[in-house]
Write a protein that binds this ligand. Structure first.
Ligand code: CU
Length: 635
């Protein structure tokens, strides 16, 4: 028998289940590829919910590094090269559009390697995807040619291109070639007080490698380099310098490729590249609808010093954002005030001593107001963060996490940051059932949050995936037990609320495949879908009519039979998740009055509370049962 209960369940429940015979079959079977992963009684399901495991046909399977719910109800699953170096070298980048209701799947051409990039929805429903992988890391043992980071500074007010493979000469006369093409922005001239002219050079970096193998290319000291083939005039306006050239491990590197994914044509659409290269960036929507790209590993393998890029979806151009350093994949939530709250959750890279303090970031002034006092703050890397429902409460929950890097420390702590007032503070939430890195969270339409998955050790080492699920209720500040998932989820995994009220979980990328950590891990390609208890508690309310678009601050009428029984209405923004980071999901409470055959809703007007875009409108009845969502575009 498969695992029905996690080990912390009261034995009495287990007894009851055995007595009940556990034979009734399952609702919610959606695709022919589905398999029944649990056998449970209706009473069990109404209390704990139900998980179903889905195996896609072989040709559609991929490594779900990124997953977003499109306004068509389909999931956009992006692997890019999917943590597979062979695919990277072959240029095999994958994206799948999958319909969780019909089971239909379609692989779509992927323009560049979006593996470990970032994403955010735009007001028109397109998903902006930016950043990804320029190179995989190479362990020191496999590094044959010494190399390092070369920086080029341009003092000319024109754009300059430097091709990949360009040769540079070191101070000692050694030859090195560049690994990638770079584009130097024009230097900017400004005229200051008293007409004084100043020039701000543009700067780019690129990895260079020695043309000779082994130790002969090693240089312990940096210095000034020159570029072969430059005219004297051009050479005079460039400063070229590099640090040490070593045979040390070669770091991952980011790209600046970007695209919009159009959910209607189900294709990527061209977007100019980001000004900066990013691997492990966070993209987050600003109050004005622009998208801010923050952090990530640059083109030389270093965490971005603090340059941020802003995408304007109306002009479809990138500009400059406020300069601020964060470790990679920082969790940044748009707040009602227009500030971004940095919860301290990050995944990937950056030292433990820099940019770890949670706080509120004002993008207009670039002021950062720390919010100190997070319990177990040093164990917040690989934690989850979620803007708790309803968003009006302005509370963010921080869930589990661990010490920086491959630290053995893992936390079971949850904490809630209350950010509405003038004096933001934390309260302790209930501890997780087990310490967890990479816990997943999905906001449910009834104002609770499913918290599931994660592993007790770094990337599931020692087979430490936890196979647990809990439902957090912000009202009572407590967890209730949910049925245990079949599939463990650690690194590179996601949880996504679906429009029918279920939750899909995808991905997981354990380092090892055995308890002793001797065999390489295998990427988990099964999808699992959780049906929460509310789906087993009687009839669902139905929204049968209403507008497809409503203005922010406006009002509208939706047809809902038996509207007298409606208790709550929520607009839930679709998730776009990766690496424990989902700053897109948010649930906004909608006030309403009942009409003879429906509800009259008033849409909040604050841009920081309700960014423009497509939302799922859920109505909940007096039994706590939500409708299937109706998609509404807030304009
Ligand atoms: Cu990654």
């Amino acid at each position: 028998m498969r695992r029905l209960l996690d080990r912390r369940w009261p034995p009495i429940v287990a007894m009851l289940l055995l007595v009940a015979g556990a034979t009734s079959l399952i609702a919610q079977q959606t695709t022919s590829a589905s398999s029944v992963s649990e056998v449970a009684t209706p009473a069990y399901e109404a209390e704990y919910g139900h998980w179903e495991t889905i195996e896609l046909p072989k040709e559609d399977r991929l490594n779900a590094i990124h997953t977003a719910l499109l306004p068509t109800g389909k999931l956009l699953i992006v692997a890019g090269s999917g943590a597979n170096q062979g695919y990277f070298e072959a240029g095999t980048f994958k994206t799948l559009v999958w319909d969780p209701v019909t089971g239909q799947a379609k692989l779509v051409p992927t323009p560049t390697d979006f593996f470990c990039g970032g994403h955010a929805f735009l007001a028109n429903g397109n998903l902006l995807v930016a950043g990804g992988t320029a190179r995989y890391e190479v362990p020191a043992a496999k590094v044959e040619y010494a190399g390092g980071v070369l920086k080029i500074e341009s003092r000319r007010p024109v754009t300059r291109h430097v091709a990949a493979g360009t040769t540079f000469v070191s101070p000692k006369g050694g030859l090195y070639t560049s690994e990638a093409a770079i584009t130097l922005a024009p230097a900017t001239r400004t005229i200051g007080k008293g007409g004084r002219r100043t020039l701000k050079p543009s700067l780019e970096d690129v990895r260079i490698n020695s043309v000779v193998k082994g130790a002969a290319g090693v240089l312990t000291q940096g210095g000034t380099y020159h570029m072969v083939g430059l005219s004297h005039k051009h050479a005079a306006s460039l400063n070229i310098f590099a640090g040490a050239m070593t045979l040390e491990k070669e770091q991952w590197q980011g790209i600046n490729g970007a695209a919009e994914f159009d959910p209607i044509s189900e294709r990527y659409v061209y977007v100019p590249p980001m000004p900066h290269k990013r691997w492990y960036p966070t993209l987050t929507t600003e109050e004005n609808g622009n998208v801010l790209a923050v952090s990530g590993i640059d083109g030389a393998g270093l965490v971005q010093a603090g340059e941020t890029d802003v995408f304007n979806p109306r002009t479809r151009h990138w500009g400059k954002g406020p300069f601020r350093y964060f470790p990679t994949y920082p969790a940044l939530f748009l707040m009602k005030s227009g500030e971004l709250f940095y919860s301290g959750s990050t995944t990937g890279y950056g030292p433990g001593t820099k940019g770890r303090q949670p706080g509120l970031w004002n993008l207009k002034t670039n002021a950062f107001r720390p919010v100190p006092g997070l319990p177990e703050a040093t164990e917040t890397e690989t934690s989850g963060s979620v803007l708790l429902p309803p968003a009006q409460k302005q509370k963010v929950m921080i869930i589990g996490g661990g010490g920086v890097g491959e630290s053995p420390l893992t936390s079971a702590r949850t904490a809630i940051a209350s950010l509405a007032g003038r004096h933001p503070s934390y309260t302790r939430g209930p501890d997780l059932a087990a310490p967890a890195r990479y816990p997943l969270s999905a906001i449910l339409p009834d104002d609770t949050v499913l918290v599931t998955g994660g592993s007790e050790q770094y990337r599931g080492e020692h087979e430490s995936d936890n196979h647990l699920a809990r439902i957090f209720n912000p009202e009572t500040n407590s967890f209730s037990v949910a049925a245990a998932p079949e599939v463990g989820r650690d690194y590179h995994s996601e949880a996504i609320l679906l429009p029918d009220g279920r939750v899909a979980t995808l991905g997981s990328d354990p380092l090892y495949a055995d308890k002793a950590d001797t065999k390489s891990g295998k990427f988990e390609q099964r999808i699992e879908i959780y049906s929460p208890p509310y789906l087993f508690r009687g009839p669902r309310p139905v929204v049968t009519g209403g507008p497809a678009k409503v203005a922010r601050g406006g009002s509208a009428t939706f047809t809902v039979p038996n509207s007298a029984d409606i208790r709550k209405i929520r607009l839930i923004h679709p998730s776009a998740a990766t690496h424990d980071t989902d700053v897109e999901q948010r649930s906004v409470a909608i006030s309403f009055t009942r009409t003879a055959d429906g509800v009259h809703v008033r849409i909040p007007k604050q841009a920081g509370l309700l960014p423009l875009g497509w939302y799922m409108l859920f109505v909940d009845n007096s039994n706590g049962v939500p409708s299937v969502a109706r998609w509404v575009q807030i304009t």
